[in-house]
Design a protein around this ligand. Structure first.
Ligand SMILES: Cc1cc2nc3c(=O)[nH]c(=O)nc-3n(C[C@H](O)[C@H](O)[C@H](O)COP(=O)(O)OP(=O)(O)OC[C@H]3O[C@@H](n4cnc5c(N)ncnc54)[C@H](O)[C@@H]3O)c2cc1C
Ligand code: SF4
Ligand code: SF4
Length: 445
């Protein structure tokens, strides 16, 4: 597939890296609240260059890229290359961080020790949309600004502005991102020496799926936030007394008397939406990199029995770059980080659900596809139990229908009645499938 086919067949994830190759490409939100590339103004030469860095176009795959950059390191089938595996947290950043605050700690250390001049991270900003708020990549150069990015933003983001900044401003950068974004950056670095020289550290987040901007609106409505502006929001507000996987979505709204109202909904109340894949871009169903294999480090939640009971949060860490390994071990020696060694098997087990969806599930989805599909490291296969296949099909339907249902809902007014009516049958069928899985003791996600 070239970039045109990626966009035309809905596999664009909106990373915006193609714009660094061809500035005529525009990145904007579509009606489903997903960033997508618009190629209308780009010419054949521009598209050819951009095709070479698009993570969903026919290019080097993650294994081929890492064979070049991390050769000589240990290797595991799913994790990819690595030089160290840890579980732990930052004593200072754990409270704000999504899991153990490891990424926030690393960025601050890199700035303080002058190993970088700038960090590109995601954080909230005032926006010209109905909620007056969005979450986007931003450039920070002072250690005090790093905390404003701590936590995970389940919201569409794009590198397009950040890469423009990097091109115009010489210096050394660290950049956060999900796996497919890092793959695109690696491909860009192969093409353009400026980015190769300036982007010194790629900080990866393990990724199960991205969400559209409609998910944010859905959460606001589920939490009972009235229509109108939102002052701030957090997708992962922790409660240290609960388990780590029992967190809240929280929004703060200023009322007419300048009083601040806090609205919250726990992820348990939201239900099994992660497995359902509501508001997920299509590209995420055709992705086989869970562990940000091309990033210099990959950090994830401690979804293991040993860690999940501690609501303060624990990160699991796959480190590849030697300089970042030194930052971590130095932090441990200085008493700023708590780090334990962990095995590759435990790391894999912590992401088993996501891996099943992106290996066996992907193999089945690929076998179902009739049109163009991106080249994957997984081969199409339909040799799976009937219940497993049915679950994949219902998930595809849930993803597609949720996008349309929420567009209709937002056009028709407040609440979620229309959304729930449209989704009711599929929700019902999905719950039956989950019950059958429990009865037959099968696990797919
Ligand atoms: C969309 C998404 C899906 C994820 N899926 C999984 C999963 O399936 N399993 C799992 O174990 N972990 C997943 N994670 C990772 C997990 O939520 C934490 O981000 C990770 O454990 C790092 O936590 P931390 O406390 O060390 O990082 P923090 O100290 O909280 O720092 C996180 C850094 O990442 C940046 N950031 C936040 N959101 C984004 C974004 N969307 N794009 C780029 N940068 C961002 C922040 O600005 C911050 O600098 C996901 C994260 C995201 C954003
Ligand atoms: S490089 Fe990124 S934004 Fe551009 S077409 Fe590919 S996925 Fe979309
Ligand atoms: S699931 Fe894959 S395609 Fe989707 S955002 Fe994460 S890394 Fe990218």
């Amino acid at each position: 597939m070239d970039i045109e086919q990626v966009v035309n067949h809905d596999y664009c994830i909106g990373c915006g890296v193609c714009r660094a190759a061809d500035p005529a490409i525009e990145i904007g939100l579509n009606k489903y609240g997903e960033y997508v590339a618009n190629l209308n103004n780009s010419n054949i030469d521009g598209r050819r260059l951009a095709s070479k860095i698009c993570p969903f176009a026919e290019n080097l795959n993650e294994t081929e890229i890492t064979d070049e950059i991390f050769s000589g390191q240990m290797q595991q089938e799913f994790i990819g290359r690595f030089s160290g595996l840890f579980a732990g947290y930052s004593l200072d950043d754990r409270e704000l961080g999504s899991s153990g605050g490891i990424i926030t700690y690393i960025i601050r250390q890199l700035l303080v020790s002058k190993k970088i001049d700038y960090a590109i991270l995601a954080r909230p900003r005032i926006a010209d949309n109905i909620r007056g708020l969005e979450f986007s990549f931003d450039v920070v150069s002072s250690e005090v600004d790093v905390n404003s990015g701590a936590t995970s933003f389940y919201y569409p983001v794009t590198y397009s502005e950040a890469l423009e900044f990097i091109a115009k401003n010489p210096g050394r950068y660290a950049i956060t991102g999900v796996p497919c974004f890092h793959k695109a950056i690696r491909l860009l670095k192969r093409q353009n020496p400026i980015y190769h020289e300036r982007i010194q550290f790629q900080l990866g987040l393990v990724c199960g799926q991205l969400k559209s901007a409609l998910y944010f609106e859905y959460l606001l409505r589920r939490a009972g936030v009235p229509t109108g502006k939102v002052e701030s929001a957090c997708f992962r507000r922790k409660d240290s007394k609960n388990r780590a996987d029992e967190y809240f979505f929280e929004a703060i709204v200023q009322d007419n008397d300048s009083k601040k109202d806090i609205f919250r909904i726990s992820n348990k109340q939201i239900g099994v939406n992660w497995g359902m894949g509501l508001f997920k871009p299509k590209a995420c169903d055709y992705c086989d990199d869970v562990f940000a294999e091309t990033a210099d480090i990959a950090v994830m939640d401690g979804w293991l029995p040993h860690y999940v009971n501690d609501g303060r949060g624990t990160s699991l860490i796959v480190v590849r770059d030697k300089r970042l390994l030194d930052v971590l071990t130095g932090g441990r020696e200085a008493g700023n980080l708590h780090l334990e060694d962990i095995s590759a098997e435990e790391i894999v087990r912590s992401q088993q659900g996501g891996l099943n969806h992106r290996r066996k599930g992907l193999a089945y989805r690929l076998s179902l596809s009739t049109g163009k599909i991106p080249a994957k490291r997984v081969q199409p296969s339909s040799s799976f139990p009937l219940l497993f296949k049915f679950e994949q099909i219902i998930r595809l339907a849930l993803r597609k229908t949720s996008r349309h249902a929420m567009v209709l809902q937002t056009k028709s007014g407040s609440g979620l009645l229309i959304f729930n009516v449209i989704m009711a049958l599929q929700f019902f069928v999905y719950r039956i499938v989950q019950k059958l899985k429990r009865i037959f003791k099968t696990s797919t996600y």
